[in-house]
Design a protein around this ligand. Sequence first.
Ligand SMILES: CC(C)(COP(=O)(O)OP(=O)(O)OC[C@H]1O[C@@H](n2cnc3c(N)ncnc32)[C@H](O)[C@@H]1OP(=O)(O)O)[C@@H](O)C(=O)NCCC(=O)NCCS
Length: 354
Amino acid sequence: MFSIRPFEEGDNARLLDIEKLCPHGNEKYAMGMDKRDIIARYELYDNWNVLVAEEEGKVVGLIGWTVKRDPIQRETFIYLAEVMVHPEFRRKEIATKLVTEAEKNARETGSGHIYCYIFGPNDNSKALFGKLGYSNNGEFKTCAISAYKKANIAQKFEIERINKNDIPDVVSLINDYYTGRAHFVPYTPESFESYVKRIPAYGLENFWVVKDEGKVVACAGLWDWSVLGDMCYTKEPLIWKVMRGVFGFLSLFFGKMPKIPTEGEYFKGYYVTDHAFEPKNSYAMSNLIGYFNNIVFDAKRDFFAAQLDPNDALFEIIKKIKPQIDACYVFAKAFEGELPELSPHYIDIRDCIP
Ligand SMILES: CC(C)(COP(=O)(O)OP(=O)(O)OC[C@H]1O[C@@H](n2cnc3c(N)ncnc32)[C@H](O)[C@@H]1OP(=O)(O)O)[C@@H](O)C(=O)NCCC(=O)NCCS
């Protein structure tokens, strides 16, 4: 018989081992993580909670969530960050019990709904949340770009790190870009600065603006989230293996080709965050993506990625550089009444740690 209790510091090592046994996906396509600390991702938020499941004194599973508040809409809602169960203890309703406990706790915060993100091939997770009354309320695309060669940057633009004086312009660009998307809480200059600074390896020093004749026309952050862990594909689609062979062959004649990691090969990731631009300035944004490519290339890293609503204007720009595109689904459930419209959706980059 298993029991549920709050996470304790001493659970960390065991849970890190369990996480390595819990890739997200199916037998053909799955990804895994190697983290340094199970709790580090939660410390990016003000309000979070982690419970563990224990069977005969042994930790066998975990669930974690954060409570988010939108002071403008006066709404509270829950992001269910992860649930995992050791493979030897599955199909015993441990995940069901963990989710039920999390929901009970979440209801006590007065939250109206709960949502989570499910990696496209993660059939077990879709089945679990489907059974628990969650429905698919949207999707976003993970667009991963291999920085295998330098991009040309148009001379016309100045691309520079944000300085304090740019913050009000950046905040108004971001607020205009995301207005109307579910879960977006407009920034103030102060809240933007504190959000960015709160995230390790992000901060204003990793936030960039593109200026045209001195005016900010595009902006985005580049967050090296490998401070929290490394990622790998534990199972790869056959087409990747074929493509790796093809690229290997072509590289003999044409030099460097996009990298495709091998199964089980850990790599470090960067995320493009809080990007914004006006439609007429899409060329400026595409130059900023090229600039990020060059930062990643110079850092001798292989990849960076953007998490994009399919209707996000950046999706059209990034598609042109042929990223690897995966789908992630937004599963959600209302605690009372109707679920609000969750698409289009603002993606809080802290929520995207696998
Ligand atoms: C998804 C996961 C948490 C399920 O844990 P679990 O303790 O085995 O789940 P439960 O026993 O509570 O299953 C509840 C229901 O979910 C569905 N489900 C769970 N695992 C399933 C599987 N392997 N195949 C099909 N349905 C499955 C079933 O409907 C099941 O009910 P049933 O057993 O009566 O058919 C576990 O497989 C896991 O840790 N996976 C890896 C990590 C992960 O993907 N986490 C989710 C990230 S969003």
